[in-house]
Design a protein around this ligand. Structure first.
Ligand SMILES: NCc1cc(CSc2ccccc2)c2nc(N)[nH]c(=O)c2c1
Ligand SMILES: [Zn+2]
Length: 371
């Protein structure tokens, strides 16, 4: 078992080796202070302290072991100190299992209007009321501590795509300097962990240097950042053909912001353990349901009198108790229950996919035809 706490390097016991064809795929368990994470794992995104349209207990019934929170959003509202005073994010949102929070830099670059990147950190104006904030390796790490995150992410810069070699090099070097400061600011406790994030865009020598810089800091896990940023699946897999192997085999590997089922399967085959993506929740709210027959756009008029469930053998409330006609109607009239049921089904679909992948790996079977 790959325990998130410090463990002797020789405890490199991977629970199950996958079928030779996918010699890099692995199934494992990450032990944390807030419970176990079965990998390969899909982590639903709960940006503002809630997985949108879901109760935490509903998220739990889908099989999720861990959910994500967002440092950027929570530091602006309600504020990290307030969450800390109120007992931390676990208590605040009534989620007792593991929580992973992003370090916030990525969200600053994608959400805040005015921002300035300096060696110190990122100065930005809140997208809510324009007030001025600064995120640095130190402040991001402290905010994640105040939130009570089980897994803290190092403060990095997500290198945009496309980037020239020079741009990617200087961005990666900044991420390495910030990683060192993040690691120094981390308050190490048993059962809690901090993950480093490697950058380097599509350049293999930069990816290697980034990995070497971060391995020196002995993080509890490692994330591959700077992918799923518009490069496309082919180029992403090209990087994943070598990047996971640059990371310690006995520590968790997290591919940030990925992805669709086919992306997840391809990345697991290349040695990735953890995933997060807004697709099941966001597309669910937009009327898209993932099913074994493909993606169903429930707003399509062909469903308005379809008295069958999304998937006859799915155990989620949407499939057990309702029809596509009812979901079609709810989404068309923008009823909140529509968002709830579609989200619940999609999260169940993604967790079932991960469960089947874990089973196939444990049985040494290849799993490239699962959709
Ligand atoms: N588009 C991929 C992506 C996504 C996220 C966000 S993952 C996330 C989102 C919400 C909550 C927790 C994690 C990233 N975060 C960081 N820090 N660095 C990246 O390179 C990066 C790349
Ligand atoms: Zn369902």
């Amino acid at each position: 078992e790959v325990s998130i706490t410090k463990f002797p390097a020789d405890e490199r016991k991977i629970i199950a080796k996958a079928h030779d064809k996918y010699k890099k795929a692995r199934a494992g368990i990450i032990n944390t202070r807030h419970g176990q994470i079965h990998t390969p794992a899909f982590m639903p995104v709960g940006t503002k302290g809630t997985v949108k349209a879901m109760l935490p207990e509903s998220v739990q019934t889908t099989g999720a072991d861990i959910i994500l929170g967002n440092t950027y959003h929570l530091m602006l509202q309600p504020g990290a100190k307030r969450v800390f005073k109120l007992g931390g994010l676990h208590k605040f949102m009534n989620w007792s299992k593991p929580l992973l929070t992003d370090s916030g830099g990525f969200q600053v670059m994608s959400l805040s209007k005015l921002r300035k990147i300096t060696e110190e950190g990122v100065i930005f104006n809140s997208h809510i009321d324009g007030s001025k904030f600064m995120l640095s390796p130190e402040s991001s790490t402290e905010i994640q501590y105040l939130l009570g995150s089980t897994i803290t992410m190092a403060f990095d810069e997500c290198t945009p795509y496309p980037s020239t070699y020079e741009q990617a090099k200087s961005s990666m070097e900044l991420t390495s300097r910030w990683a060192k400061r993040s690691r120094k600011a981390f308050y190490s406790r048993d059962g809690y962990g901090q993950f480093g994030i490697i950058q380097g865009s599509i350049y293999n020598d930069l990816r290697l240097k980034s990995a070497l810089d971060l391995i020196e800091l002995d993080f509890e896990g490692y994330a591959i950042g700077g992918l799923a940023v518009g490069e496309g699946q082919e180029l992403m897999f090209k990087v994943l053909d070598y990047a996971p192997d640059l990371l310690p085999i006995n520590k968790p590997r997290y591919l940030m912001g990925v992805g669709k089922p086919a992306d997840i399967i391809g990345a697991v085959q290349r040695g990735i353990d953890m995933f997060d993506c807004v697709i099941p929740t966001r597309s669910g709210r937009n009327g898209q349901a993932f099913t074994k027959y493909g993606v169903v756009n429930i707003r399509n008029s062909k469903y308005k009198e379809d008295n069958t469930p999304l998937e006859e053998d799915c155990l989620c409330p949407a499939c057990k108790n309702y029809t596509k006609a009812y979901l079609h109607y709810l989404v068309k009239v923008k009823e909140i229950l529509g968002a709830m049921l579609m989200t619940w089904h999609n999260l169940m679909y993604f967790q079932k996919l991960m469960l089947r992948i874990r089973e196939y790996i444990a049985q040494g079977k290849d799993f490239d035809f699962i959709s």
